[in-house]
Design a protein around this ligand. Structure first.
Ligand code: ADP
Length: 481
């Protein structure tokens, strides 16, 4: 795998071109150079993958959990062994700094290790019956063929976070990676093949546009579960499409994360948390702080320190040493961020730094700090997905909570305070699926990842993650003597 890039689909244990022979280009967002051309699939290809996964389910679902755990563990070891190769590929495909790509390999691999262990612990229950002639048993059975549609901002971890629990549970999988980052997905498939997963258990189908393949995956009778990470608009579309065949769904959609700084916070700690939360992957994660909500008594001080720290971030090609901010994924992303910043400034926001594209190339945007942002501005209600910090002012705790919750999203929220009473109170009051108290990075395999409201449904990772791929099956054994 290390030696060559795979560019064909991986279906039923074979590497194959798209049925129509079409390909699409995958470019490096930092240099805009072509990396490779990849199979551009249509309905025929994805239906073939679904059929393969369906046939494989018949035997994979009855494989011993120990065997599934063994294969997953082998896959985990191979991913870790190939850390540098995978990280290099990811940085070239999506632009994130190399150290962050290495971090993602470790994070992505950790789901495979975790669920290799969980495979052995899919326990059922015996329910005490009302009469002695009955035994009431509850089994947990794999749900069936699972489809995973994944985004470009975590090209590896979003695949393992879905597929490792599915495979551990005894499900088979068809993955449709984002068009920007299919090479990492195919590299993962090559490692799964090397690990020894039987043909048809893990399939990857690539496409230049998600619509057609997504439609098949979300409407096909043989697919019993759809797990999606991406934009809320596409998630809603997939939910509607999945309704026809009543599929189980997990949706990890957009966010609008508040990051509240109270005046009793350790400000230096808050700045470090802000940098980590805001600028990871150049601000292109769904849990990135989107709105800094800062108490007026420390507002100027926080703004000044954040500006200094933001200006010190080195921008450039993620493969170069010391780079903290890589390119945005494409020109459209730069256009969207530029427009949000322009409108905010028009409406009265003040730029302390940045607020323009960067000389490193067309896809680069300067890390930016905007003060005097108001909750009514478009930049405060839109997921920015770029390296732009927006600072909103508040006076009272209740006001901060109101601003934080006044959004249809509910994925991640952060706040900084040294007051232990406030920690409980505010954590309780925030309508979010994940909350960081004095922490800017909270994602871990050990804890449930997921959102409330229009940020989605279902949880990934942790002791809860495998339930998304299991059905409860109740068996009543009657007439016992
Ligand atoms: P982003 O804005 O982060 O690119 P998207 O929601 O557009 O998020 O993309 C996430 C994933 O959904 C990608 O794999 C993409 O190809 C896929 N996708 C995009 N549009 C559709 C669609 N209409 N139906 C199914 N999948 C789609």
């Amino acid at each position: 795998m290390a030696e060559r890039l795979h560019t064909q689909n991986y279906i039923n244990g074979e590497w194959c071109d798209a049925a129509l022979g079409a390909v699409f280009p995958v470019d490096n967002p930092a240099t805009k150079e072509l990396i490779e051309e990849v199979a551009d699939s249509t309905t025929t290809d994805v239906e073939r993958a679904i059929d393969a996964a369906y046939d494989a389910f018949a035997f994979w679902s009855t494989t011993s959990p120990i065997e599934r755990a063994r294969l997953l563990h082998r896959w985990f070891c191979l991913i870790v062994e190939h850390t540098d190769v995978l990280a290099n590929l990811m940085t070239r495909e999506c632009g994130k700094p190399f150290v962050e790509s290495k971090g993602e390999v470790a994070y992505g691999a950790s789901f495979v290790e975790w669920f290799a262990e969980e495979a052995k612990r899919i326990y059922g229950d015996i329910i005490p019956a009302a009469t002695p002639d009955r035994q009431l048993l509850v089994h947990k059975a794999p749900i069936g063929v699972c489809a995973a549609i994944t985004p470009w901002n975590f090209p590896l971890a979003m695949i393992t976070r879905k597929c490792a629990p599915a495979l551990a549970a005894g499900c088979t999988v068809v993955v449709k990676p984002a068009e920007g980052t299919p090479l990492t997905a195919l590299a993962l498939a090559a490692l799964a093949e090397q690990a020894g997963f039987p043909a048809g258990v893990f399939n990857v189908v690539c496409a230049a546009h998600g619509v057609e393949v997504g439609r098949v995956l979300s409407t096909h009778e043989k697919v019993r579960k759809l797990s999606f990470t991406g934009s809320t608009a596409v998630g809603k579309q997939l939910l509607k499409q999945s309704a026809e065949t009543v599929k189980r769904v997990s949706m990890e959609l957009g966010g609008n994360a508040p990051f509240i700084v109270f005046d009793d916070a350790d400000l230096e700690q808050a700045i470090q948390g802000a940098l980590a939360s805001k600028y990871r992957n150049s601000g292109q994660t769904c849990v990135c702080a989107n709105r800094f909500i800062v108490q007026d008594t420390v507002y100027e001080q926080f703004a000044e320190r954040l500006k200094e720290a933001t200006e010190a971030l080195k921008v450039g090609n993620g493969l170069d040493a010391g780079i903290a901010i890589g390119p945005l994924i494409n020109g459209a992303a730069v256009g969207k961020v530029s427009e949000l910043v322009r409108c905010a400034i028009n409406d009265g926001a003040r730029a302390l730094c940045g607020a323009q594209t960067h000389s490193a190339g067309d896809n680069f945007y300067m890390p930016t700090v905007l003060t005097e942002v108001s909750p009514s501005m478009a930049i405060a209600s839109t997921e920015i997905f770029g390296p732009v910090s927006t600072l909103i002012r508040f006076t009272e705790e209740a006001e901060a909570i109101h601003i934080a919750n006044a959004t249809p999203f509910g994925l991640a929220a952060y706040f900084y305070t040294e007051d232990r009473h406030r920690m409980w109170r505010v954590a309780d009051a925030l309508d979010y699926g994940m909350i960081g108290v004095n922490e800017g990075i909270i994602s871990t395999t050990l804890a449930p990842f997921g959102g409330q409201k229009q940020s989605g449904m279902g949880r990934e990772g942790s002791m809860y993650g495998i339930d998304e791929y299991l059905e409860l099956k109740y068996v009543c054994m009657g007439g016992m003597k």
